[in-house]
Design a protein around this ligand. Sequence first.
Ligand code: ADP
Length: 266
Amino acid sequence: VPVPRDLDVTVIPLNGPVYVLVTDRTHERALEKMRADFVANSSHELRTPLASLIGFIETLRGPAADDPEAQKRFLGIMAEQAARMQRVIADLLSLSRIEISEHQPPEDLLDVRPLLERIIAGMEPMLQGNETRLEVAIPPDLPVVPADADQLAQVFTNLLDNAIKYGKRGGCIKLVAARAGTDARFAANGVLVSVADDGAGIPREHIPRLTERFYRVDKGRSRAVGGTGLGLAIVKHVINRHRGRLMIDSVEGRGTTFTVWLPARG
Ligand code: ADP
């Protein structure tokens, strides 16, 4: 299949034969576009809550100046909008730090089990809030893997956070860790961690794009549950840095499973 290329053509007038210099800019232009889209999307994500904040400040100074009831209500909304901006900025900074470190694979060897146990303990309030049960199976003899503990904590926190946010209220999430090699798809040595929910699932056509920055299946739902649209982009970049892989299996109406493979030192 011929691929349309983005070519720069320069004719070099020399005496004698005509030289034509053809430079393929396809990759370069695609990168430029991605960068420009990212800046536009980031600005948009911050501009929306900011516009709302400015609107409410004006209302508080004007029409609501003598209305304590309205003031209380508006301040509540303003606090939520400010918190949203804070989450977007925190995720943007994380993403940029992870990208900077991406060419430097982590060296410290990590036992994933205590890390997972710590994260699970921290998720307790959110699980209770959503009446979600969490079933955990982590064998005690997992191999250690070269890993950045803070970055991996972000990966598993984001996956569990999503399973709770987009899973079924009153549903059940399963977190399973295993030594790689027990799964035919990941014969190489290392660790597999999967997070499975029994929520609505994700339509097939969205799956390849889920790890793009700011990509959401349902924008309204993501915003309503406090999403920034950056969680899975962070997951992808951390896993890339660890030379691992992310697998997404989803069946509409049944649920979604995210599986992370982390290789042991080769
Ligand atoms: P967000 O901050 O919006 O949750 P993410 O990057 O973490 O952003 O996820 C991107 C999108 O993928 C979400 O907006 C949601 O539509 C979808 N998604 C992620 N995890 C799940 C899941 N477990 N079940 C269903 N949809 C999910």
